[in-house]
Write a protein that binds this ligand. Sequence first.
Ligand code: T5A
Length: 207
Amino acid sequence: MGVKGVFITFEGSEGSGKSTQIELVCKYLKQKKKPILFAREPGGVKISEKIRSILLDVKNKNMNSECETLLYMAARAQLVEEVIAPALKKGKIVLCDRFLDSTVAYQGYGNGIDIRAIKDIGKFSTQRLTPEMTIFFDIDAKKGLSRIKGRTKDRIERRAISYHNKVRKGYREIARREPGRVKLIDANRTKEEIFSIVQKHIDRLLK
Ligand code: T5A
């Protein structure tokens, strides 16, 4: 794929504050008159939003882990084709709330799906697109869940704390293996403190 833009993803477990930080980054880059595109996973386009509602529906209790993995990938394939790849071709800075690392962490480390298989299917689903930079907001699973305790929990959020601990460990392992791409930020700080670190990473990448 002929890519001209910059692809940045934001990752983390439940309540890590990544959506809050993306909003701040969008505002910051808009002020600088940078061409940006925001996307989120799963969802972002009509077909992927439909898949999202199946994935997060608490009624789908008996969905198996393979089905879950493939649905996340299907939603991603559509989003890449319709939104992410065209924006990158136009030279935009694409900021995406979750991407393939989420499947590695949640379905791979969390649910025990073979990580090599996830990466292979991932290449197929994403047209081999890899983020230039991934910002990972690291937080204790219990602490993160306590931040969102007022919300109605979806099918994934309802899982046991042991599951969420595995997801966090998975993310830390991804960051350990790919320190060049993945920037780990301790998310147990104030929004302002976190943003000043995020801003430095963004500035360094875009300069
Ligand atoms: N999933 C997704 C998979 O299992 N596999 C996959 O491949 C993919 C793509 C998506 C679910 O699907 C799973 C992961 C998820 O379980 P979602 O509704 O899109 O579900 O949920 P999330 O991506 O988890 O996004 P959220 O917006 O719910 O959570 P965030 O982004 O972690 O947190 P945020 O920014 O909304 O903040 C949560 C709360 O904390 C506060 C905020 O004000 C907010 O109230 N907060 C802070 N409080 C104190 N200190 C800070 N520094 C704070 N920062 C934010």
